[in-house]
Design a protein around this ligand. Structure first.
Ligand code: SF4
Ligand code: SF4
Length: 314
């Protein structure tokens, strides 16, 4: 049976994505994700986007990448595991979410996506494309589902049957037609509600959205205002991010540790005591975290997080 040019290029793209280290790669046709319009509107109107007002704006642009990138035809969606069995924290030490252990994932994924783009251009030099990692109004998780990578769990994070949910998503939008994967149709959560029951603050809504005003991850990573008292009392030592709902998910029972050395927790950070965190100077904060996701938070805000986290575990 003859295969089309699109099929051949798509196969080569996926093979190359694996070669540069991605754990997952799927491809979806660019379209307007109209089915997300009302959910986004409702979520923003209810105030659950907290102070991320931008998430409720420009919805037409957010759901249609063809507006963002004129000429967009295909959305290549990649996944890169950040799971590790190493667990920082314990003994009264403030807890950092696994995703922030190593260097900033944006740069790691973007470099790999740009390698894929350069590779595609060796096959067809007319290809124009752009890589996105949390950097534009794109519904990454929805595109992950469209490209067959997995389904959004009740905790709203995308789950892949083989590698679970501890993975980053990276998107490459290109101006050529490719061979497309089937969207992940099946919801493999079934009647399970372990993540909902495990969430310390009751932040998971029934419609698989998250109430950011209650979510520890949002409050410790993104919020520009002080962490609300009702969240502070539920931090249980968490100073940056929260993995609780993902840890509770049975689809993460067999998560394979990542093979990306850049995502390793530095030895110096691993051995920091509660006192070291409490007395972290601005200079050491910069030295240790300037290239990590933690460094995206200001020193003052990060130290507020540490103080709030330690209040409860001291
Ligand atoms: S990240 Fe933490 S606080 Fe947010 S929904 Fe998950 S368990 Fe709840
Ligand atoms: S814990 Fe259960 S309900 Fe939650 S995402 Fe995992 S499978 Fe779905």
């Amino acid at each position: 049976m003859e295969t089309s040019a699109e099929t051949n290029i798509s196969r080569l793209i996926k093979k190359y994505a694996a070669e540069v280290g991605f754990d997952l790669c799927g491809i979806a046709p660019a379209r307007s994700l109209d089915e997300h319009r009302e959910i986004l509107k409702k979520w923003a109107i209810s105030g659950m986007n907290a102070d991320m007002a931008y998430l409720g704006q420009n919805i037409t642009k957010r759901i249609d990448p063809r507006i963002l990138i004129p000429g967009a035809k295909s959305i290549i969606v990649t996944g890169l595991s950040y799971y590790t069995e190493k667990k920082q924290g314990g003994n009264g030490v403030p807890v950092i979410s696994r995703y922030a252990y190593g260097i900033n994932y944006h740069s790691v994924l973007k470099a790999r996506l740009n390698k894929i783009l350069a590779y595609i251009r060796t096959i067809n030099s007319d290809v124009i494309g752009k890589a996105f990692v949390d950097s534009a109004p794109i519904l990454e998780k929805a595109w992950g589902k469209e490209a067959g990578l997995g389904w959004p769990g009740k905790h709203s994070v995308l789950i892949n049957k083989e590698i679970g949910s501890f993975f980053f998503l990276g998107i490459l939008i290109v101006n050529i037609d490719l061979d497309y994967d089937k969207p992940a149709e099946k919801d493999n959560c079934g009647s399970c509600r372990l993540c909902i029951d495990a969430c310390p603050t009751g932040a998971i809504n029934d419609d698989r959205t998250i109430n950011c005003t209650k979510c520890i991850a949002y409050q410790t990573l993104e919020a520009k205002t002080q962490i609300p008292d009702e969240v502070v009392v539920k931090l249980e030592g968490r100073a940056f991010g929260c993995d609780r709902c993902q840890e509770a998910c049975p689809w993460n029972n067999n998560s394979k540790p990542n093979e990306t050395p850049e995502f390793e927790l530095p030895v110096e950070v691993e051995h920091m005591t509660a006192g070291d965190w409490k007395n972290l100077t601005r200079k050491d904060y910069k030295r240790l975290f300037k290239d990590s996701a933690i460094g995206r938070r200001s020193y003052c805000r990060f130290m507020d997080n540490i103080e709030a986290a330690l209040q409860i575990i001291e």
